[in-house]
Design a protein around this ligand. Structure first.
Ligand SMILES: Cc1ncc(COP(=O)(O)O)c(C=O)c1O
Length: 374
């Protein structure tokens, strides 16, 4: 039985968390989620599943160790080659998650670029990577090039730096101005760390991500990409695509790569199959873009190829939309601070290739009922 002081310490900490509006609870699995990141439906593709099952049967369920010990299954190298080719870059490293990829990349890069400029809407894995690196950083207002330029002009003389941003922002679904950010890197001699987690499979005609969408070639002296196999590729695992020298640096310093178990062989095989399918089937991306267009038109959001829909409005109205969807078995919770900044609460909905017309109807009915007109 817990002692009183044990209980009261935890309970008072929990009250502080709840009072700050930071209570988290796990959703019931009985609802259908409108926020799945399986944009192309690849998590359920028969050949992906077959690759996972076959490789698991032949090579075992687990990796058995870190990539630096017994866990470096040959599929790691094959997947690295495939993702580097897909992104048009020279080399790659596969990680156990995208979160870990950001942690190691930022840690490694900060040893040569000691100043970081980070977009205010960046994902928690980027924020945590910056905090862990212990380097100096500044947050620039979301996509605000003028503010960023002002910060760069005022930085300590000649200090080299990283600008870090996402190609497609996970919460509000808009894109970053990649070409303009690269121009700033050229002008002030920095490097761009681009998190392509949500851009992969969704941006560009062939789904190659932010660079394809912006018609930019991969310049390995100015760009480092990170991403994940867990969203449009439907699996699990992270990656970086970068200059081979940066790869070497990360291999020797990336603690979230060195001190963790590698991906199981079956997961690697599934990721490789999903990537091959995406590479060879442009119609998957075309299909997604046309669905996104239809849903955006139906609910009055600006037309864009971004499958992430961010519905904004007063919290009470967002709650009404969320409850009304829930009554119909659909889960689309209101996203609050600290996941999004205060005042930017939203309902985040992701359109995927498994999206159904009834979702559009229920969504637009609930928005009309709550009088949230976009
Ligand atoms: C922008 C961004 N970066 C990184 C990650 C982390 O990827 P993973 O889920 O593979 O850890 C996510 C998602 O969770 C994300 O949205």
């Amino acid at each position: 039985m817990p002692t009183d002081s044990f209980k009261s310490r935890i309970e008072s900490q929990l009250s502080r968390i709840y009072e700050a509006g930071r209570r988290k609870s796990l959703p019931s699995p009985s609802y259908r989620h409108l926020s799945s990141n399986d944009y192309l439906g690849l998590s359920r593709h028969p050949s992906v599943i077959e690759a996972i099952v076959k490789t698991t049967a032949s090579d075992g369920a687990g990796a058995t160790g870190s990539r630096f010990l017994s866990g470096n299954h040959p599929l790691n190298g094959m997947l690295e080659e495939a993702i580097a080719d897909f992104k048009g870059g020279p080399s790659s490293i596969v990680f156990s998650t995208g979160y870990q990829a950001n942690i190691s990349l930022i840690l490694a890069l900060s040893t040569i670029y000691p100043f970081i400029y980070s977009d205010s809407h960046n994902h928690a894995s980027i924020i945590d990577g910056i905090r862990l690196s212990g380097c100096q950083y500044q947050i620039f207002p979301h996509n605000d090039l003028e503010a960023l330029r002002g910060m760069l002009e005022k930085r300590p003389l000649g200090e080299s730096f990283i600008i870090v941003t996402e190609s497609l922002f996970s919460m509000n679904g808009n894109r970053s101005p990649i070409a303009a950010l690269l121009n700033l890197c050229d002008e002030f001699d920095g490097i761009l760390l681009l998190d392509d987690a949500h851009g992969t499979g969704t941006l560009g005609q062939e789904g190659r991500g932010g660079l394809e969408h912006a018609s930019l070639a991969f310049n390995p002296q100015r760009i480092v990409l990170t991403g994940t196999f867990s969203k449009a590729l439907g699996g699990l695992g992270g990656y970086t695509v970068c200059h081979p020298l940066i790869r070497e640096l990360v291999l020797s310093t990336g603690r979230s790569l060195i001190y963790t178990t590698a991906l199981p062989p079956g997961v690697l095989a599934g990721n490789l199959e999903a990537l091959t399918i995406l590479d060879e089937n442009g119609e998957l991306v075309e299909n997604l873009h046309s669905r996104v267009r239809k849903v955006r038109e139906a609910i009055g959001l600006p037309i864009s190829s971004s499958p992430i829909l961010s519905i904004k409005g007063p919290i009470e109205k967002l709650e009404m939309i969320s409850s009304s969807l829930k009554e119909n078995g659909l889960l689309a919770p209101v996203i609050r601070s600290p996941t999004v900044p205060v005042g930017e609460e939203c309902i985040r909905i992701c359109v995927t290739n498994h999206w159904e017309d009834t979702f559009t109807r229920l969504l637009s009915e609930s928005m009309i009922k709550a009088q949230v007109l976009l």
